[in-house]
Design a protein around this ligand. Structure first.
Ligand code: GLY
Length: 411
């Protein structure tokens, strides 16, 4: 009898201290959230952005041939450029539709997203690309957050298996690009594909996906970054020994330059790594990348970067709205994990980007821009492709960024 009472007492104490801990976490999280004050004018702009995005994407869907995904638009010839489902960007269009739908509840967008998901689903078995995270997680991962189904869960698990098939333990990385030469090419962009692997471990309990993601991120952290925390675009490993045999660019200005979107992929990628592992070294890495970006004397005051931080003709070089969108979205997550002083800086930077991308300088006029939301991105300057055009991923990360910003107002 006495021991029972004692046990009951202990239990009560445990529950009480558990509740106190929970309340403390809740209070701290709330306090942190409250410290990021959203701006009423920016929230108003965001409301208008969503309205425009809804009507633009309804225009875009009218012009798409069956089985095709939008890539970009050429205003001179009034031509929409499209791809098949195997292109690395195929997940952005359905993902953007779904994210706009979550806000506007416009059923036409959901119907269109589902139509495209059907076309995309066979990519779950595609082992020829490292871009399965972009393709499948930005699309099926998004629909799972709206309506969690077993079918889509299996598609995502198969996608994670296909992505994992490109991992080589000797190198410690997932292979980005296939090559006939004796080389093993890994690009900084690949950090963005790891979120899919974390999802797969969560829903299967199989830690092998998680371990591949962590190993890839560690190897990339060791080999892709310069002392100032800018990153190379491509690291070429010796496939026999795993040694680095070359560091270079593909889409940047030069081998030693800092390609703007590459820096944004790294920022976003290591922020996700911290979210998924709670390992502080990834938070520090994301913060170091953030400092490189924010302290860069070539980052303009409006925080929309030139396409490369070392582009030769700055200040006349082209801006890249896609890099800005990725940065804004990443900063709106990173600010929640960082010390308040830096958190405020990241939050304000994201706000500035959103404000500027929502201005007529970057935001499409209704009915123009081929139905895309943002203007002025740069896809591949060295190959002279997709220069100063709309791009699906600029739209995708812009919508994600405004969604994240609005969430701060709602909490
Ligand atoms: N290689 C993907 C990108 O253009 O960012």
């Amino acid at each position: 009898m006495d021991t029972k009472i004692l046990r009951k007492g202990n239990m009560r104490k445990k529950i009480a201290s558990g509740l106190v801990a929970l309340m403390l976490i809740f209070t701290l999280a709330n306090a942190q959230h409250r410290s990021f004050k959203t701006n009423r004018a920016v929230l108003k702009l965001i409301e208008a952005d969503y309205k425009l995005a809804d009507s633009q994407y309804k225009q875009l869907m009218q012009t798409l041939a069956p089985g095709k995904f939008p890539k970009t638009y050429h205003p001179d010839s009034n031509k929409l450029e499209t791809s098949g489902p195997g292109w690395w960007c195929s997940g952005f269009y359905p993902g953007t539709l779904l994210n706009i739908y979550q806000k506007t509840k416009d059923a036409a967008l959901l119907t269109e997203a589902n139509r495209m998901l059907d076309v995309l689903s066979a990519q779950q078995y595609n082992k020829t690309t490292h871009d399965l995270g972009f393709m499948m997680y930005c699309s099926f991962g998004t629909v799972q957050k709206i309506n969690n189904t077993q079918k889509n869960k299996e598609i995502l698990i198969n996608s994670a298996k296909s992505l994992s098939s490109r991992f080589d333990p000797k190198i410690g990385c997932i292979k980005s690009w296939d090559s006939k030469k004796p080389e093993y090419l890994v690009i900084i962009d690949n950090m963005m594909n790891l979120e899919l692997l974390f999802y797969a471990t969560k829903v299967t309990g199989d830690s092998s996906f998680y371990k591949i993601a962590v190993t890839h991120a560690n190897t990339t952290m060791k080999n892709h970054f310069r002392p100032d925390f800018s990153s190379y675009h491509v690291v070429n490993y010796n496939p026999a020994t795993g040694e680095v045999q070359q560091r270079r660019t593909a889409q940047g200005y030069s081998n030693e330059s800092a390609w703007a979107r590459g820096q944004a992929w790294g920022l976003y990628g290591y922020t996700v790594m911290y979210r998924e592992t709670h390992n502080k070294k990834y938070l520090q890495q994301a913060e170091h990348i953030a400092q490189f970006i924010l302290n860069n004397h070539n980052l303009p005051a409006d925080k929309i970067p030139y396409w490369d931080y070392n582009a030769p003709n700055i200040p006349n070089a082209l801006r890249d709205a896609s890099a800005a969108s990725v940065m804004a979205s990443a900063f709106l997550e990173l600010c929640r994990y960082s010390d308040l002083k830096y958190g405020q800086l990241y939050f304000k930077t994201a706000e500035t980007i959103i404000r500027n991308l929502s201005s007529p300088e970057y935001l499409a006029k209704a009915g123009s821009n081929g139905g895309f939301i943002l203007q002025h991105s740069v896809g591949h300057m060295p190959e002279k492709k997709e220069i100063d055009v709309p791009l699906t991923y600029a739209d995708y990360y812009f919508i994600e960024a405004i969604q994240r910003y609005q969430n701060f107002a709602q909490k």
